[in-house]
Design a protein around this ligand. Structure first.
Ligand SMILES: *Cc1c(COP(=O)(O)O)cnc(C)c1O
Length: 344
């Protein structure tokens, strides 16, 4: 069996020796009581990066999103999001289960919906209707292929939201990929939003954790839900140290992941029967295998047999994700193996 090239997700990254050393050396305390110095430092530094007053360290980005919704809505409220949003598809029905919210899903190419769509979806103020309360944007998005919102696209939606006194949440699990792609500081991208989720364990390479950032008042309220949802921890500085290390060392290098994704896509496009859908913008590469005459399961089995891990998306589409533990040489090697096994 050849060495595994794991392109299944950017969650596949392993903590490096330097990151592990930072974890081993971390000063710790009782996080639940606000006494863990490393968690406190991470929350402060992340809030600063995101241009917000306060940050909250959480076990996962899913929990960060769900707490953002719980903190900023009442049961019966409606949240506007893209139909393929992570909060809608991949968080176990959390908005309904944990917050009693409806979701108003919008259909849009690249996951980027328009201010007109938001305006049309906002409910009139009447006892007949749910109360529209929150708009959630995903940047970069996951299920639409890692697409990036431009500042203009965000501003246009934010303007309509503000006109209607709606709150705005940014699911920025991969926000730093958008930062690097756009060359715009995270604080600028996050500026129009009331709350921002940032995942530390995707491309940033930490083993655990996420940040929710917002005003001090919102984060105080979120802290209560963190406790209620069972996310308040004890000597969490051990894992927060990895998050701090990631924010200090692993943001700019995301550009390499984007270059590798582009290189991978270029190579895939030359393999008969494979079609990029859509062409990648950041570190996520979706491709359709219908033209190979093989089913997605058959392609997956063949790739597994040659040590290339892939994930299934939908229909006849598969997904590769580049990350910290994948080098340019591994991309070239993966392409050789894929070509050899699909075009024998
Ligand atoms: C992965 C992901 C999350 C959830 O992250 P976890 O830390 O795995 O819970 C949320 N939103 C988006 C867009 C994601 O891609």
């Amino acid at each position: 069996m050849p060495d595994l090239i794991d392109l299944v997700s950017d969650t596949a990254t392993m903590p490096t020796p330097e990151m592990r050393r930072a974890m081993a050396d971390a000063a710790v305390g009782d996080e639940q009581r606000g006494e863990d110095p490393t968690v406190n430092e991470l929350q402060k530094f992340a809030a600063h990066l995101l241009g917000k007053e306060a940050g909250l360290f959480l076990p996962s980005a899913s929990m960060a999103n769900q707490i953002a919704i719980r903190t900023q809505t009442q049961p019966g409220d409606e949240v506007i999001c893209h139909e393929a949003a992570h909060i809608r598809l991949y968080e176990g029905g959390g908005p309904a289960l944990l917050s009693g919210c409806l979701l108003a899903p919008l259909i849009a190419d690249r996951g980027v919906f328009t201010p007109e769509q938001v305006r049309e979806t906002i409910r009139p103020d009447s006892p007949y209707f749910p109360r529209t309360r929150l708009v959630a944007i995903e940047n970069t998005n996951n299920r639409m292929g890692g697409c990036v919102w431009t500042q203009e696209e965000i501003a246009a939606v934010a303007t309509v939201a503000r006109e209607h006194k709606l709150l705005l949440h940014l699911d920025g699990a991969r926000l730093m990929n958008a930062v690097v792609k756009q060359g715009v500081p995270a604080s600028e991208i996050a500026a129009p939003f009331d709350t921002v989720t940032l995942c530390l364990s995707k491309g940033l390479g930490a083993p655990v954790g996420a940040i929710l950032a917002g005003t001090q008042e919102t984060i105080n309220a979120a802290r209560r839900w963190k406790h209620v949802f069972g996310g308040a921890m004890r000597q969490a500085g051990i894992i927060a140290a990895a998050g701090l290390y990631a924010l200090h060392h692993n943001i700019d290098r995301l550009a390499e992941d984007h270059e590798n994704a582009a290189r991978l896509a270029e190579g895939l496009a030359t393999i008969p029967g494979i079609r990029l859908d859509p062409p990648p913008e950041t570190n996520i590469v979706f491709f359709d295998v219908a033209g190979t005459g093989l089913t997605p399961d058959e392609v997956t089995d063949r790739l597994n047999a040659v040590g290339v891990r892939v994930s299934y998306m939908n229909g006849t589409r598969l997904r590769f994700v580049t990350h910290l533990d994948i080098s340019r040489a591994q991309i070239d090697e993966a392409l050789e193996r894929i070509r050899a096994t699909l075009c024998p």
